[in-house]
Design a protein around this ligand. Sequence first.
Ligand SMILES: C[C@@H](C(=O)Nc1ccc(Cl)cc1)[C@H]1[C@@H]2C[C@H](n3cnc4cc(F)c(F)cc43)C[C@@H]21
Length: 411
Amino acid sequence: RYIPGMESRAHSERLQHLEEFHVSEECGFVLPDPLAQLPDYYAPWTNVAANLPHLVETQQLRGEVAKMPLLSARHLRGHRQLRLAHLALGVITMGYVWQGGGRQPAKILPRVLAVPFCAVSARLGLPPILVYADCVLANWKKRDPRGLTVYQNLDTLFSFPGGDSSKGFFLVSLLVEVAPTPGLQAIPTIVKAVLRQDLCSVHTALQDVALAICRMQEAFTLIHEHVDPGLFFRTLRIYLAGWKDSSLMPEGLVYEGVWEAPRQFSGGSAAQSSTLQCFDILLGIPHSTAQGFSAEYLRRMRDYMPAAHRAFIQTLASGPSLRQFALVTGNAGLRAAFNQCVAALAALRSYHIQVVTKYITIPAGRCRAEQQLGGCVQEGASVRSDMGTGGTDFMRFLKAIRDSTHTAQLT
Ligand SMILES: C[C@@H](C(=O)Nc1ccc(Cl)cc1)[C@H]1[C@@H]2C[C@H](n3cnc4cc(F)c(F)cc43)C[C@@H]21
C-alpha cells in the first residue's frame, strides 16, 4: 500500500493555491499582462533597452551606457515593476557585453548597470543576467488588448539584433508556455488525489496533462514560420550567451561597484523554463531524480527562475510521487493514462531536439565548413555545434533527457 508521509500532506496543502506561486489561471508561469512602462525616473533604462538593436548594430551602445546616470532601484514598486526593470537591465547588459557580436566581449559591467541590476536581481531572487523569465515570460504585450493570445496579436517589449527572428523566438516560446495552462491547473488536483488515493480523479486529471503537453508541441511548430535558422544561429544566439564556463570569458564578468572579483552566470536556456521542469517532476522522469548530469543542470537552472516559481518546483519535487502511486495501484487504466503523458512528453522532447538540430547543429556545421573556406563571419563566439542557447550543457542535457524520458514508461 502507498502511504504518503505527513510532510507531503503539508506540501500538497500549499500547492492548492497556485496564485501564491505566481502560477496564473489564464497563462501559467507567464507573467499576465506585463508592465510596459516604468516611472519616468527610469526612462534612461527603458529608452536604451527599447533602442537596443539599433544601438548595438551601430556600435553606439557602450557609449550610451557611459552617459547613463546611476539610478536607484529603490523607487521600483511591486513585482511587475521589478520584472520589467530586470528585463530592461538584462537586455542592456547582454547588448553591452556582446556588442562586438562576441569577438571582444566586455569584461567589466559599469556600475550604472551593475549596481541597480544586482539590487533588482536580489529582490526577485534572480541572477544578474538575462534569463528565460525575462525575455520570454515578461517580454510581451497584446497589440489589441481585447484580442486573443495568438501570434498575430502579440509583440515583444524588447528585442535583440536578428530582426523578426528575435521577436519570433521569444513569442513562439511564450505560446509554448501559455499552451499547457489547463495541465498546470491539474497539478494541485493530482497531488491532492494521490494523497487521498483517489484513483478516478488522478485518471481524469492526467487526461488534461496529456492534452496540455500535446498543445505545447502544436505551439512549438510555429517556430519554423517565425524564426530563421541562420539569423538565430549567427546573431540572436550570441546575445543570449552567458559567462559561465565560457571560452570567450573564462573569468566571468566584473560587476563594478558590487563585487571585487568577476562572477560567472549561465546564459539563457530552455532549461530555465518552469513548465519544462514541472512536467518532468510531476511524471517523475528518472533523470530529474537520479544523479548525473541533467539532474544537476536542471537543479542549477532553478536558481535562474523567479523565487515563487523556484518554490513551486521545489514543493512539487518534495511532494508525493505520482509515479509510485500509478505503479503501486496496479490499475491498468491509470497506468495507461500515465504512460500517455510520458509518451506525449517524450514526443515533445524529440521535437525539441529536432528544433535544436535545425537551428543550432546544422547552421554550426555549415559555419565550420565555411570557416575552413575562410567564409562565415561567425562573430567570435564559438561555432561548436554543441553551443545550445544555454551553451554546451544544453545539448548534453537534451540528449540525456530524451533517453531517460523513454525509460519513464510504466511497463
Ligand atoms: C523555443 C525554445 C527555446 O529554446 N526558447 C528559449 C530559450 C532560451 C531563451 Cl533565453 C529564450 C527562449 C524552446 C521552447 C519550448 C519550451 N518548453 C517549455 N516546456 C517544455 C517541455 C518540453 F518537454 C520541451 F521539450 C520544451 C519545453 C522551451 C523553449
